[in-house]
Design a protein around this ligand. Structure first.
Ligand code: 5BU
Length: 259
């Protein structure tokens, strides 16, 4: 959809974190998001340290970490600085504005303190985004709206996608893009992040569906791919991570050559 480079697209962004993410991709030559779905502080910090140089964004599910303490997010922040990646908490907020505001700013996790980016289902409507923006804007955070899920039987139809885009357009300084299986719009500032990616197409036993990095980027116009088990369940996650990075980056270069 958009044959521009990430750096060229960064100029169209109203959000400073979106600009930083796009520029970082070209600087580091990676469009890979690691989904670090592990359950201990040690595992998460080890992955972040080993794989940090290969990725633009580290995606967490902080509520699956069994021994969580604020030490974890402090150390993650240091590793993000050392290896130059951003942090994305895959929280998938989905409630009224007044509730999500508290979930984002407070509770056990204080997500807004350490996550550069978080996400939310668009289902509750613009009031939810407004609530999150009240917390996130002043910290220069970014929000990604979940548009189209990767799982079989997801209820996210065409109408839902159109309405998700409409909500995003109302908050273009805070919403930086979408979790989606296909690009939603030709506007160059939206960042399309795509999960359900593996080197071999297929599914898992609970409805997750996988496409390859090349298909996600060239055919579905994804900008960044999100990979979890394809990397972290591999015999050698470092070698595997490098493979995903290379394939995904090659696909992006191929797409840019189509100008
Ligand atoms: P996997 O191990 O590569 O299947 O992990 C994919 C990750 O992306 C996992 O953390 C999911 O929670 C996340 N995900 C997804 O798989 N599909 C979606 O539509 C969304 C998030 Br939204």
């Amino acid at each position: 959809m958009s044959p521009l480079s990430y750096t060229e697209r960064a100029k169209y962004c109203l959000s400073s974190i979106a600009r930083r993410l796009l520029e970082l991709c070209d600087e580091k030559e990676t469009n890979l998001i690691l989904s670090a779905d592990v359950t201990s502080t040690e595992q998460l910090l080890t992955l972040a340290n080993q794989l940090g140089p290969e990725i633009c964004l580290l995606k967490t599910h902080i509520d699956i970490v069994e021994d969580f303490t604020p030490y974890l997010t402090l150390e993650l922040g240091k590793l993000a600085h050392k290896h130059r990646f951003l942090i994305f908490e895959d929280r998938k907020f989905s409630d009224i504005g007044n509730t999500v505001k508290q979930q984002y700013a407070g509770g056990m996790y204080h997500i807004a303190e350490w996550a550069d980016i978080t996400n939310a289902h668009s289902l509750p409507g613009p009031g939810m985004v407004e609530g999150l923006a009240e917390v996130g804007r002043k910290k220069n955070r970014g929000l990604v709206l979940v548009a189209e899920m990767s799982s079989i039987g997801a209820l996210t139809n065409e109408e839902y996608l159109k309405n998700t885009l409409k909500i995003a357009e109302q908050f273009a300084d805070f919403v930086i893009g979408f979790i989606t299986q296909h690009a939603l719009s030709a506007d160059p500032h939206w960042i399309n992040m795509t999960p359900g990616v593996k080197l071999q197409e297929g599914k898992d036993k609970l409805g997750q569906q996988y496409i390859t990095p090349e298909k996600a980027i060239i055919e579905h116009h994804a900008d960044l791919i999100i990979v979890g088990r394809g990397i972290i369940a591999a015999a050698d996650p470092v070698i595997e991570c490098h493979k995903y990075r290379e394939q995904s980056w090659k696909a992006y270069q191929k797409r840019c050559q189509k100008k």
